[in-house]
Design a protein. Structure first.
Lengths: 281, 201
């Protein structure tokens, strides 16, 4: 008896319709969220995530209606996010039928939001979404001697020099924060996040596989479950991220939407690799 | 039959309503003490912090009428925090008193595993029961919790393991409870709710 590894389809929406794109650009329509939700529920998805990637204030009622329509189709947990900036935003999303909420940009700008949400809804309902991008300069520093500026305390040279560094991105991946993804994940958990949704901005949309190194680094440094996201195409990508990446769950979008990969077949493959999954009946 | 759902503001009330609706069963939310009288079946859903459910039961004056209904034999189903509330107390809010229908304290799962215990897990069935009729150790149920009850009592129908063994399903005359969320547990959860409802008619 062990906890099953979760397979989580993600519906990126413009509020009303599911959209898809590469590296957050070039969006195109990919279907009705409620219809896709019904299909994934029947195919054995373990949870569903629905995101409002536009997250504009005036489209909010549309997104809440989408959550209601999606929740009505599900007998599995639903996570919703995109544009949640306050307790009131979260409350309306949960009342519409979400079991959990994700926060990303707003939590970076005001980390106390995580604590407020956790106290109100419980840590199990608060998912910290982190968009991480590899900082190639972190490897360029490998082995080089860092000369400390005499007017400032010496930086934590050891970790910066020896380990790769991932930068936290916000606003859909557009803006750098200069926050270290590992440190932000740990801080988010201290503040009350019950789960991390980790998206590799380097892999997202590339279908070249999850970022196993990033996922392993985050998953082994926090006490909460980690959902890996970005880059999935073939079943081997999922087995890699569960075994080598130590992911607790794996999320993908377009490969499920356009039927490149059926959830049922994916789970059968994982089970054949001795990876614990909930097999659909 | 109409199922009475105790609404203390927990996030999963709508999910429970929807799950019952899919089984063709009507439900009503109650927030007032006088609304519990005459209930044919009561569900106490819960998710989040132990203090929230206990404080709400007391602030809404629901503790006494709920205990009365259970004593009268009304079928009762506690879900997640609704199971934990049946014990004497919880480490999560040590100053508060639970419903005390079962002795013992709810404790944190060990930090040797990832917490919350989040996702789908299977049961170790201890004895036959009405609640798990037609269900087996190969069925998965959805859990989302950090605290859990220990397992000494003979009321325990099934345990689950995450770092340690804990109570997953309780059944004692008209009192039923699950640490997992049947309303979020697909076909297996639906079957469990059906089993509870068949006890209720």
């Amino acid at each position: 008896m062990t906890l099953a590894h979760r397979i989580i389809p993600c519906l990126d929406t413009d509020g009303a319709r599911v959209v898809k794109g590469v590296n957050f650009v070039g969006l195109r329509d990919a279907g009705d969220p409620a219809a896709l939700a019904a299909r994934y529920n029947a195919e054995g998805a373990d949870e569903l995530v629905v995101l409002d990637i536009a997250a504009s204030r005036d489209r909010r009622p549309t997104f809440l209606e989408t959550i209601r329509r999606v929740a009505a189709e599900l007998a599995i947990p639903l996570t919703a996010g995109g544009g949640i900036r306050s307790l009131d935003d979260a409350r309306s999303v949960i009342r519409a039928g979400a079991d959990k909420i994700t926060v990303n940009t707003a939590a970076v700008k005001r980390p106390e939001l995580i604590t407020e949400l956790s106290q109100e809804f419980g840590a199990q309902a608060v998912v910290l979404a982190i968009d991480a991008k590899f900082d190639s300069s972190s490897l360029a520093n490998l082995g080089s001697v860092v000369v400390a500026n005499s007017s400032e305390p010496p930086p934590v040279v050891e970790s910066q020099v020896e380990k790769p560094h991932w930068d936290v991105r916000i606003r859909g991946g557009r803006d750098s924060t200069h926050l270290d993804a590992l440190q932000w994940a740990q801080h988010g958990v201290e503040l009350g996040a019950g789960e991390i949704l980790l998206t590799s901005m380097d892999r997202d949309g590339t279908q070249s596989g999850f970022d196993v190194e990033l996922t392993h680094a985050i998953s082994t440094c926090v006490s909460v479950p980690v959902i890996a996201s970005g880059g999935a195409k073939i079943p081997q990508h999922f087995s890699e991220v569960f075994t080598l990446g130590a992911a607790d769950a794996a999320l993908a979008a377009s490969i499920f939407h356009d039927d490149t990969q059926s959830i049922r077949a994916l789970k059968q493959f994982l089970s054949s690799q001795s990876i614990e999954v909930r097999l659909p009946c | 039959m109409t199922v009475t759902i105790i609404d203390y503001g927990a996030g999963n009330v709508p999910s429970v309503e929807r799950a019952l609706q899919k089984l063709g069963v009507a439900s009503k939310r109650v927030r007032q003490p006088n609304e519990l009288a005459g209930a044919s079946a009561i569900i106490l859903p819960g998710v989040g912090h132990y203090a929230a459910i206990i404080r709400a039961l007391d602030q809404q004056n629901l503790r006494a009428p709920l205990l009365d209904a259970i004593t009268l034999g009304v079928p009762f189903l506690g879900i997640c925090l609704g199971l934990q509330a049946l014990y004497s107390s919880s480490e999560e809010a040590p100053s508060l008193s639970g419903l005390n229908l079962f002795s013992g304290s709810v404790r944190s799962l060990p930090a040797t595993v990832k917490l919350p215990h989040m996702g789908w897990n299977r049961l170790r069935i201890q004895r036959t029961s009405q609640l798990l009729g037609g269900l087996s150790e190969s069925d998965y149920f959805y859990f989302a919790h950090t605290f859990a009850a220990a397992t000494p009592a003979d009321q325990v129908v099934a345990t689950c393991e995450h770092g340690t063994n804990f109570t997953a399903v309780l059944e004692h005359s008209n009192i039923f409870a699950t640490q997992f969320h049947p309303e979020k547990s697909g076909a297996a959860g639906s079957r469990l709710l059906q089993n509870f409802l068949s006890r209720a008619v």
